[in-house]
Design a protein around this ligand. Sequence first.
Ligand code: GSH
Length: 200
Amino acid sequence: MIALYSDALSPHCSRVLCLLHEAGIAHEIRPVDMMKGEYLTPEYQAINPNRQVPSMLDGTLRIHESNATLRYLCRKHGLEQWYPQDLPTLARVEQWLDWNQCRLAPQMTTLVMNRMFLGDQADPAAADRAETELQTLFALLAEGLRNSAFIAADHPTIADLSLVSNLILLDFANVRSDNPLMQRWYDRVTALRGFRQLQT
Ligand SMILES: N[C@@H](CCC(=O)N[C@@H](CS)C(=O)NCC(=O)O)C(=O)O
């Protein structure tokens, strides 16, 4: 059975858990408490040398990187709805998966770390800069939502799971877009059973 090393607060973990729930893939969660530094132990480093969550074990396969894990699960379980193979849709899914890692995630991390987790060590100016940049990125996302109900298709794909997992954490930090397209999309994706199940 698949084992997922996961911390409950991590958006990189919640996107993978959402897909596991949505697709009904049997799995076992191995909690890694980041607040207790469990991701820094030599035991965990042997599983993921990056000392990050999530990490997944599937038989002898050991994999890290949340988006790569999403793609792997889709390919292995034939989840074409979540990872469409027609080229234009696939190109859009890949585009937004990469955009999320390269553009959104760094700003999300800067903001959340400095507003929620770093306490006395926080850099409020860095958080403010990230918030400004995030509003620019939200406008790009809203533009991407102009022609379809979800970011890459008229149905949810792993690109939506990946992006919205970051937006959920930003929402906790009271940073969100007031664009109606963004709000409706956010509501649609967070209403998925896979995300709702994470909150219960
Ligand atoms: N690119 C990685 C990023 C994973 C990541 O940043 N995980 C965070 C938790 S949300 C983490 O483990 N942070 C600890 C660290 O980077 O030191 C992925 O997509 O899986």
